[in-house]
Write a protein that binds this ligand. Structure first.
Ligand code: HXC
Length: 278
């Protein structure tokens, strides 16, 4: 689908790049020629991923352990990432989330999700953007959202609040920084199985229902999201700025549409409802 050198010469930092969707995007980026930097909280996980992805890259994958809730730590990470020359692309992928009845959430529970998703993403975005603006270097910021960024969602309320905030951040900066050569894009994925998300978000008794929902009755494959990410961060998408692309098989539209339950009607039921010719 892509030229093998689509991302050649691009230096990309992926937050939460050691596991899940961050790892899948990182893999696709190096396959397409990018130099990859990944960060996350667990040094051993980062090292394992770097070793694995380093085998398909012509350069070592570099790692930095960090909790992006720490703004000083984010500044130190960006000093590290920009030390040998500017990065070209920041992927805001690191997230935290769990299902809970909202009235049971403690302050610390709310803060943990907002801290990672809203504050951490903002710290990373500003730290990279400031450096790009100062150096007059072009940059791309890709943020991974969720389709409930614009609908809200029960039972994951701090995540919905945070993703909505990140969408606003991306849209705002598209305008404020677009003229400075910095482009922002977002992806709103539906369900793409990862251990981190499934352990926290899918009650085992509901896994089948969750995985078979939506018009296409399936979940996403990582390569589908990774290819979209590769396109959006590439120069081929240079005129896409501030937009958020949904990749969910039409699932959120089904949830929002008034008559989606009619998919369950049989041909006989449809036939029985047709007006009779007199
Ligand atoms: C209620 C919970 C909870 C739960 C944690 N807490 N899990 N409360 N229900 N299931 C509370 C804790 O009791 C504590 O509050 C507070 O939250 C902080 O918890 P810690 O474990 O101390 O925090 P920390 O170690 O920083 O972990 C952060 C985390 C965790 C967000 C809570 O889940 C995490 O590390 N997640 C990272 C990976 C992840 O979430 N991946 C999924 C992303 S999916 P008290 O008051 O007790 O001290 C995604 C989009 C999905 O974002 C889109 C789907 C379509």
């Amino acid at each position: 689908m892509f030229q093998p050198d689509l991302l050649s010469g691009k230096r990309i930092l992926v937050t939460g790049g050691g596991t899940g969707l961050g790892k899948s995007m990182g893999k696709r980026f190096v396959e397409l020629g990018a130099e990859l930097l990944i960060c996350g909280r667990r040094e051993n996980v980062l090292a394992e991923t770097a070793a694995e992805l380093g085998k398909i890259s012509n350069r070592a994958v570099r790692t930095h352990s960090i909790d992006i809730r720490d703004p000083d730590g984010v500044e130190r990470m960006m000093d590290w990432a920009f030390a040998d020359g500017a990065i070209d692309i920041l992927v805001n992928n690191a997230a935290g989330n769990f299902i809970a009845k909202t009235e049971t959430l403690s302050h610390r529970a709310v803060d943990s999700v907002l801290g990672i998703v809203l504050h951490g993403t903002t710290y990373c975005t500003l730290a990279a953007g400031r450096r790009w603006i100062e150096a007059k270097h072009k940059g791309v910021i890709l943020s991974i959202l969720a389709t409930y960024a614009w609908t809200g969602s029960p039972f994951v309320v701090p995540s919905a609040m945070a993703k909505a905030g990140v969408l606003a951040l991306m849209q705002s900066l598209a305008v404020e920084w677009g003229g400075k050569g910095i482009r922002t894009v977002s992806i709103a994925p539906g369900p793409f199985p990862t251990k981190g998300a499934w352990d926290r978000l899918v009650p085992p008794a509901m896994a089948d229902r969750w995985e078979k929902a939506g018009p296409m009755k399936r979940v996403g494959e990582h390569i589908e999201l990774a290819n979209l990410a590769a396109y959006l961060v590439s120069d081929m998408a240079d005129y896409i700025n501030g937009d958020c692309i949904t990749i969910d098989g039409g699932r959120w539209l089904q949830g929002a549409s008034m008559f989606h339950h009619l998919s369950a009607l049989t041909e006989e039921q449809w036939a029985a409802m047709r007006p009779k010719k007199s």
